[in-house]
Design a protein around this ligand. Structure first.
Ligand code: NAP
Length: 465
């Protein structure tokens, strides 16, 4: 079978040898041929990964969420290389990115992710390996395939890949129309172990996608989770099915999800109304090509009078502001994820017959909204979660074609992942925050310089270059 071979675990082999081959490929006339040599490299017995430890689960007990500091709970550990099972692939991770789920794991909120690992481990002999006293996190990766397990035919050692984070078993009929409906659907690196914020990672082979050849490792790693999520939420028939001319209200429009939602709206002929909280973030939205931006901080929007009471006058003021920007139109789609703080106003401002599509509740899960505005005006609320393989593939294809661009603003070393997660926790970041795993520096991995040159301004948009 192509590429399938037993994993030889070398006692003395180190990730250094793997890196040497990948670095030689950087300047080789035929990088792909050079990378095929990885098929013969010994797999190191251990590797470095960013993890939380079960022994630290109670470290933040009694603290408010804002005071739970990911720098304290995320550690770089030396961990043993797990055994590769059927349908899986071991990848050398050149770069990864911080997602908000890493922040949730690092805070042990809303529950400790060790609960997910324990449950997953009970499923089968193959999944038992996930239940460990440490959880290597990370749901994005760009790198190179080192080994594939039995039954994998589409990928082989040396393939340059990005990984999406949908892990499914598909034994149940439920997931066969839409894999997100699989009863054993999980987010890799959040609800499974061996995630992407590490030198190596284990994925299912059906998480792999070709790495866009005009991007660096860190740029290629950064869209994965959020771009796929925004694609399903906004574009897919499983989400809001955005069409040309739609007005799309986008919360957090310069953040992880929002920066892709804004680009998808513009690319799809819709008009985004971007909501942000600083002039710098507003400027980023303008740079992406959005004309209509609301700085919620500068304009003083405050949708709650106190913990329990929403301010409906503020809902009205916000709706009027949107109409002022759009020439009198209400949003066909509201792209929701802040949750409790904004959900009431999101339902209120959506157009008659419009859609509020939600994938998260960063500010609280217990939403309150006035149902009269929903039913009397025939609006609908759609729940959305990550993306199936096909949707993730389409989202990655848009990146590869240069239609949507990575929104990487900053890159950290693996050792500094805690700091990177802290910035996302404090909402002081823009777009995506990247992490170099095996890559010794930024800027490596580009295979098509001509395509890159064509899109360089957009690629650098979030880096202030
Ligand atoms: P992010 O990069 O931190 O961006 C979130 C943005 O939300 C911030 O930039 C902020 O923008 C805005 N925001 C924060 N508090 C707000 C408030 N009180 N009112 C209005 N806007 C507020 O995070 P992300 O990667 O986009 O993820 C956002 C959420 O979605 C997280 O909870 C994450 O776990 C979840 N998520 C879910 C899925 C899924 O598959 N279900 C996938 C990806 C992410 P401004 O301050 O500029 O307004």
């Amino acid at each position: 079978m192509r590429g399938a071979r037993a994993v030889r675990v070398g006692k003395v082999a180190s990730v250094q040898k793997i890196l040497e081959i990948i670095m030689t490929a950087e300047t080789a006339a035929d990088p792909a041929a050079e990378l095929r040599r990885l098929a013969d490299v010994e797999i190191p017995a251990k590797y470095r990964g960013v993890a939380v430890r079960r022994e630290d689960e109670a470290m933040f007990d009694g603290l408010a969420s804002r005071d739970k500091d990911p720098r304290k709970s995320l550690k770089v550990l030396d961990v043993p290389t797990p055994e590769l099972g059927p349908g899986e692939a071991l990848i050398a991770v050149m770069a990864s990115a911080v997602n908000y789920n890493t922040v949730w794991t690092a805070m042990f909120e809303p529950v400790s992710t060790f609960r997910f690992l324990k449950k997953y481990a009970k499923l089968s002999q193959l999944t038992a390996k996930h239940d460990l006293p440490y959880h290597v996190v990370g749901s994005d990766a760009a790198g190179v395939v080192l080994r594939v397990g039995p039954g994998v035919t589409k990928w082989q050692p040396g393939d340059q890949v990005v990984a999406h984070c949908l892990s499914v078993e598909l034994e149940d009929a439920a997931g066969h129309d839409d894999t997100m409906l699989d009863t054993e659907q999980r987010i890799w690196g959040f609800e499974t172990n061996f995630g992407g914020l590490a030198e190596m990672a284990i994925v299912k082979a059906n998480q792999l996608m070709p790495k866009p050849d005009h991007l660096t490792w860190e740029e290629a790693a950064s869209p994965g989770l959020v771009n796929s999520t925004a694609y399903r939420q906004l574009v897919s028939h499983h989400g809001a099915q955005m069409k040309q001319g739609d007005i799309v209200l986008i919360w957090g429009a310069s953040g992880g999800l929002g920066s892709y939602a804004t680009q998808l709206a513009l690319n799809g002929g819709a008009t985004p109304v971007c909501v942000v909280s600083s002039p710098e973030k507003a400027e980023i939205c303008h740079r992406m090509g959005a004309d209509l931006v609301i700085d919620r901080a500068a304009e003083g929007f405050k949708f709650w009078k106190d913990e329990d009471t929403q301010d409906t006058d503020e809902w009205r003021r916000f709706g009027e502001r949107i109409r002022e920007l759009t020439g009198g139109e209400d949003p066909d789609i509201v792209f929701e994820h802040p949750g409790r703080e904004t959900f009431g106003v999101s339902v209120y401002v959506a157009k008659r017959g419009g859609t509020i599509v939600t994938c998260a509740s960063t500010t609280g899960f217990m939403h309150q909204y006035d149902n009269r505005y929903l039913w009397m005006n025939l609006k609908r609320i759609v729940g959305s979660h990550f993306a199936n393989y096909r949707e993730a593939w389409e989202a990655n294809r848009l990146i590869a074609r240069g239609a949507i661009h990575p929104t990487l603003s900053k890159t950290y070393a693996l050792e500094d992942t805690g700091q990177a997660a802290y910035e996302v926790h404090c909402n002081t970041h823009q777009g995506k925050v990247g992490v170099l795993c095996l890559a010794p520096r930024e800027g490596l991995g580009v295979r098509d310089s001509a395509k890159r040159a064509k899109h360089i301004e957009a690629i650098n948009m979030f880096r202030g270059k």
